[in-house]
Design a protein around this ligand. Structure first.
Ligand SMILES: Nc1nc2c(ncn2[C@@H]2O[C@H](COP(=O)(O)OP(=O)(O)OP(=O)(O)O)[C@@H](O)[C@H]2O)c(=O)[nH]1
Length: 221
């Protein structure tokens, strides 16, 4: 079940003037069970860590001003299906919906790191087939406050991110808001860049189309 929550954080009021151009983004939060996906979403939206989270799948809507640019975004806090080994457990519907991904694992849970590895592969294969562009992904190693129970090293996280062209952060959603903020801002930045890149060639095609329309008309006069 997916529940849509309209969340009005009113964050834009604390930032400065900027371009009026509004960018929209759909962010899909993925990862194994119990890694802190809901903790990340709630921390970003409310700045709070509440400790226990419902296991209802939710989509939150909010907006913010980043680098002076208004962005509105939806965050889909997904549920990881049980007994799902294939394809990183990401549905086609989720892949089509999202234009940016946050893949979360727990640094104390090697199995959750392997889930993220599979999810990166699935997204890269699917998005390159359908969109022809690199989908922005940020990988997050969460629960950094539990370093004494670590089973996934920072180097492994960094290496996975470098080899798959993803952003990477190790954070503790429990301990600080700042790390979570960096994760979301990095992804929103990447989505904005990706959208601008896609617009570039389209804009150029638009100019070519207008020019040929003019010349085309002349030829028929
Ligand atoms: N120590 C520690 N615990 C955390 C951290 N982030 C989340 N948790 C805890 O981990 C547990 C799972 O957190 P959730 O946010 O519900 O994880 P989830 O990935 O959404 O879990 P599912 O809904 O089962 O998919 C909760 O008990 C959280 O309090 C963290 O940074 N450090």
């Amino acid at each position: 079940m997916v529940v849509q929550v309209k969340y009005n954080s009113n964050k834009s009021s604390r930032t400065m003037e900027g371009s009026n151009q509004k960018v929209e983004a759909n962010i899909l939060l993925l990862g194994a069970e119990n890694v802190g996906k809901s903790a990340l979403a709630v921390r970003f939206l409310t700045r709070r860590f509440i400790g226990e989270y419902s296991d209802i799948e939710s989509i939150y809507s909010s907006s913010d001003r980043i680098d002076g640019r208004e962005m509105s975004f939806n965050i889909w806090d997904s549920l990881h299906p049980q007994n799902c080994e294939m394809d990183g457990c990401i549905s086609d519907k989720q892949l089509q919906w999202a234009n940016g991904f946050i893949l979360v694992y727990s640094i104390c849970d090697r199995a959750s790191f392997n889930v993220v590895r599979r999810q990166v592969q699935r997204i890269r294969q699917c998005k390159s087939k359908h969109a022809g562009a690199t989908a922005p992904i940020v990988i997050v190693g969460n629960k950094r406050d539990l370093k004494h129970r670590r089973t996934v090293s920072s180097e492994e996280g960094t290496l996975l991110a470098l080899s798959s062209d993803c952003g990477f952060f190790e954070i503790s959603a429990a301990e600080t808001y700042h790390g979570v903020l960096l994760v979301f801002h990095e992804l929103l930045d990447l989505i904005r860049e990706a959208k601008a890149l896609r617009k570039g060639p389209a804009g150029f095609r638009g100019i070519v189309r207008s020019m040929s329309a003019v010349f085309g008309r002349r030829r028929t006069e």
